[in-house]
Design a protein around this ligand. Sequence first.
Ligand SMILES: Nc1nc2c(c(=O)[nH]1)N[C@H]1C(S)=C(S)[C@@H](COP(=O)(O)O)O[C@H]1N2
Ligand SMILES: [Mo]
Length: 363
Amino acid sequence: MSAARHIAGDPQPAPQSAPDMQLPPGQQLAAPGRWPQVGERTPREDAAPWTVTIGGDVARPITFSLAELHALPQVEQSIDIHCVTRWSKLGVAFSGIPLSALLAAAAPHDLARFVSFVARSSRAHSTSLALADAIDLGAIVALSCDGAPLPIEHGGPVRVVVPGRYFYKSIKWLKRVDLLADDRLGYWEAETGYHNVADPWREERFIAAGISRHELQKLFATRDWSGREVLGVEARGLDLTGLVARGALLRNAHFEGARLSTSIFDEANLSNAHFAGADLRGASFRDADAEGSDFRGADLRGTDFRSASLLGVTFVDLAAARADNPPSAAQIDGTTRFDAASLAELAPPQAVFVLAAQGQASP
Ligand SMILES: Nc1nc2c(c(=O)[nH]1)N[C@H]1C(S)=C(S)[C@@H](COP(=O)(O)O)O[C@H]1N2
Ligand SMILES: [Mo]
């Protein structure tokens, strides 16, 4: 079906999940009432009035003022937010204009197959989607949330919300929508290897990072990864005792079952890293960003997490009453070190587990 014909039709409702399957694999609910801010925190300062332009491969490029956007027919939609760093927030009521309606006003050419969103932000942040996906999923150009104008810290006055995709596909501070014949990778997709499709139900979080075998061999031989970019590194079950990885970029790294006692991950970026079953006795994660990482079954005695960012981290598998599960809880005791900053970002059941394991009462 041509993209243009596609746009002419009504947007399809987002696929419904069964009530008992509301969380995609590897996601956890954020604390009630919490909506973390992720990525850029503010739009670019600019005295010019806010506008949103639809351009690229269209017959009629068109620019809307905010007042014009507000005058268009709005829909309200309850949308589940799934962040790639593993927190989810279900049923957020966004209202705004269906993306399909805005695009129809610009009359996209038949050859347009992708849609790229560009933000009014200092790095001109962007993200893109297949045009048919954006329409089928029912993406909206949102102006309000829970009955109030969209707060600036969450992308106000106008952001895109794409149901059924990790939230990095939902750009804050929308300035431009470009219709494209060929895809243009967005900021996170190009810079950090986030998956370009981003379906949370298929756990499309990361593209495997490219690093040569030779380079990897050197890294394993020296065990000094400080400041290196080793995204998605495959180190399952390896003996890397005493690894030094200060400030290393280790998003989505696979360290399941690895021997990593006394290793140093201070200031490293370990988002979505896999440490299940790893020996991390005496390891240090001070000031590390470990958002979304998995430590189930890891030995964390003597491990130091002070000032680490632990949003969405898993220390215990709460759904693991099954016999086929590998050891589901991390080994934590009074020698495992946390501080208020690191504990504050944990999902409540994880924090309760940690405090109990440390032999402390919950606050
Ligand atoms: N302009 C802009 N939009 C963005 C980002 C960003 O850094 N800049 N980050 C994305 C990511 S990774 C996420 S998870 C969501 C976070 O939205 P929130 O801060 O409202 O929770 O915004 C997305 N849109
Ligand atoms: Mo994100």
